[in-house]
Design a binder for this molecule. Structure first.
Ligand code: GAL
Length: 375
């Protein structure tokens, strides 16, 4: 009975033109929207929401289905577009059922016409040790996305900030290990120079000049890497830089506003929520400046406040054609990930070029249209 009432309440609030943060969201078939850690692509008059399809219980922490997509013209009414990338049954496949496939991001390459999906991939049975990037491609936004390959990026490539004359073994040695704030040591980029850099939590950002960047937590999650992609978005140019070095930032999401790039992210506590953080930069390749926790306010239902990002973790920033930006968060539920919830809140851009994001129980994006989508 209680859940029937909750369903009716959420349907009524949808009809009223608002979504309820932290509530179950339903598609037009009446099924719960199942897309986590993903993002929203704007294409030809529609919004495409996609993310990890989660299943019941702790098994939902592994990928058993793939990437699920929904589409909408108003960001409120979601049509099921199905599983656009599916895990494979074939033993030994990189994306075998039971692997970890997280934080997919889809971008449209105008030059080739293809849709390219990047994701964080952990090979089946190896926990979080593989730390790889997966790449899949489709001809249509709704897929099917064909898995191409997985890799650790930038093997043998130097970060741009290391001058030519210092590109030697002694420099690599200086960047072999760093202290973990909670004790012990972690290998950093010098140790992975030959084999390729670790890549976990991630986003892909397409800039105004159509250049795309893969931004991921590397070096055992201690440091973010910003890596330029080739014009077809299928490979790396080898131009990369370290940002937020040893800040232990995960869950990166990026937007651009009034001459500044902004990055929001989380600390490094796995599925447990922590305080969000933000950065800004004049160039996506840096330098990035630390700005602090953009989250404000408390979710009155759970009493979770800004010190734990209302129980959530950032996953994407949707830049709307009218200049607004929505920050997308997941409220994880590692014991039953199918019950993870979504939180979408507008970013407030202040006159001093800082950002804040204030908790709202509901939000309505009246007038948002995908027809003049940013890209
Ligand atoms: C989080 C990360 C998630 C997932 C999780 C596993 O910090 O953002 O995507 O990898 O750790 O514990």
């Amino acid at each position: 009975m209680k859940s029937l009432v909750a369903l009716l309440v959420s349907l009524v609030s949808f009809a009223a033109g608002a979504w309820t943060n932290g509530a179950l969201w339903y598609d037009t078939n009446g099924h719960v929207v199942n897309a986590h850690g993903g993002g929203v692509l704007t294409h030809k008059g529609r919004f495409y929401l996609y993310g990890e399809h989660k299943i019941y219980s702790g098994r939902g922490n592994r990928a058993h289905a793939g990437v699920h997509m929904y589409s909408s013209t108003d960001l409120e009414t979601w049509r099921d577009e199905g599983l656009v990338l599916q895990v494979e049954d074939k033993p030994g496949s990189d994306i075998e059922d039971g692997c970890i496939l997280e934080r997919p991001k889809i971008v449209h390459c105008v030059k080739t016409g293809k849709f390219v999906m990047f994701f964080h991939l952990e090979l089946k049975g190896r926990g979080y040790n593989a730390a790889r990037t997966g790449i899949a491609v489709a001809d249509k936004v709704t897929g099917p996305y064909a898995f191409q390959r997985s890799l650790r990026p930038n093997a043998g490539k130097w970060p741009v900030e290391i001058p030519e004359k210092e590109r030697n073994e002694a420099t690599l040695r200086k960047f072999y290990e760093a202290e973990r704030p909670w004790g012990g040591k972690a290998q950093i980029w010098g140790a992975h120079f030959n084999g390729g850099q670790m890549s976990r939590d991630m986003t892909v950002y397409v800039d105004r000049d159509a250049k795309a960047y893969h931004v991921f937590a590397s070096e055992n999650n201690s440091t973010l890497h910003v890596c330029e992609l080739t014009d077809d978005y299928l490979d790396y140019t080898g131009r990369w830089t370290r940002i937020a070095a040893l800040d232990w930032t995960e869950a990166p999401a990026i937007c651009f506003k009034n001459g500044w790039y902004y990055l929001i992210g989380s600390g490094c506590t796995g599925w447990r929520p922590n305080a969000a953080r933000s950065y800004r930069a004049k160039s996506i390749m840096g330098p990035w400046e630390r700005l602090g926790n953009p989250a404000k306010g408390v979710n009155p239902k759970t009493k979770y406040g800004q010190e734990i990002t209302w129980g959530g973790q950032s996953n994407y920033i949707l830049e709307l054609a009218d200049g607004r930006a929505l920050a997308l968060f997941d409220l994880w539920n590692p014991k039953n990930q199918i019950d993870a919830r979504l939180v979408w809140l507008p970013i407030d851009f202040a006159a001093d070029n800082t950002i804040s994001i204030t908790w709202r129980d509901e939000y309505s994006l009246k007038g948002a249209s995908a027809s003049s989508g940013k890209r």
